[in-house]
Design a protein around this ligand. Structure first.
Ligand code: CP
Ligand code: NVA
Length: 305
């Protein structure tokens, strides 16, 4: 029996990542053909959301139902979590009742603490520092559209945020080159930069990142919890919009990704987001469902072995 958590991509090996992606692709095929696969029958996923969500909530809940199990939505507003019950106590209690727990929260340290006290697998559904589930979907999407990301050039344009950090981990795990273009003051974590310096470089100019890239990706300029910085960030990130002009510097078969929700006219132009020649954002969003089903099966099997 191996209790495994998925708090960042660093919790899985390259071989495990490949197996999860292959399985996600296979699960997508079976699901589309109407085949019913219920290996998680009677299993329950607890879903703690301290921030808003559309994709993450629906993909985990639908995914768990499709695998034969059930999912519980837990909000701090109407659980004791919001009234100050310690994380350590909540983790011990919930993990005696459910089979897996998914958490979306603020400080990454909080999910680490929860995982230390949990007797069932814990999945990071976004913290201020990382969003690894989104990367499973992004990698699946790249593989489906263009094949292996190994050796490719990926350009991250924008904030050095949770998504950017997960791309840094993905670069090391998949063996792609990641060039991050962000304005001064919005750099990704320095220790993570140092750790992945073989794969990741930082530039100030979005054009330098986009040139000859195989894959361009961006995210909102102000993440959840930074709403009051919106105006200041709009000023700092002016010139960092991903649009057709920037895309024209990339390889002719480059793809554009965005974890969504997108702010048209800010980090991405409406025209590029809607241009199916480059933009694969709807497949990327759908793949949250398939990739997380594969992840939950992986964690459940690890626990049973
Ligand atoms: N991309 C993503 O995680 O979306 P939600 O915030 O809607 O879950
Ligand atoms: N960086 C964004 C991602 C949302 C899915 C945020 O944290 O709000």
């Amino acid at each position: 029996m191996a209790l495994r958590h998925f708090l960042t991509l660093q919790d899985i090996s390259a071989a495990e990542l490949n197996a999860i992606i292959e399985r996600a692709i296979a699960l997508k095929k079976s699901w589309r053909s109407g085949e019913i696969i219920e290996p998680l029958k009677n299993k329950v996923l607890g879903m703690i959301f301290e921030k808003s969500s559309t994709r993450t909530r629906v993909s985990f809940e639908a995914g768990m139902t499709q695998l034969g199990g059930a999912a519980l939505f837990l909000s701090p507003k109407d659980t004791q979590l919001g009234r100050g019950e310690p994380i350590e106590d909540s983790a011990r209690v919930l993990s005696r009742m459910v089979d897996m727990i998914m958490i979306r929260t603020f400080e990454h340290e909080k999910i680490e603490r929860f995982a230390r006290y949990s007797s069932v697998p814990v999945i990071n559904a976004l913290t201020d520092s990382f969003h690894p589930c989104q990367l499973l979907a992004d990698i699946q999407t790249y593989v489906e559209h263009r094949g292996s990301p190994k050796g490719k050039k990926v350009a991250w344009i924008g904030d050095g945020n949770n998504m950017c950090h997960s791309y840094m981990n993905a670069a090391a795990l998949c063996g792609f080159e990641l060039v991050i273009a962000c304005p001064e003051g919005y750099d990704p974590d320095a220790a993570l930069m140092q750790k992945h310096k073989q794969y990741v470089t930082l530039v100030r100019n979005p054009q330098d990142a986009a040139r000859d890239a195989d894959w361009l990706v961006t995210d909102v300029w102000a993440s959840m919890g930074q709403e009051e910085e919106q105006k200041a960030r709009e000023a700092s990130f002016a010139g960092y919009q991903v649009n057709h002009e920037l895309m024209s510097l990339a390889k002719s078969d480059a793809v554009f990704m965005h974890c969504l929700p997108a702010h048209r006219g800010e980090e991405v132009s409406a025209e590029l987001l809607e241009d199916n020649q480059y933009s694969v954002v709807w497949d990327e969003a759908e793949n949250r469902l398939h990739a997380q089903k594969a992840l939950m099966l992986f964690l459940a099997e690890e626990l049973a072995n």
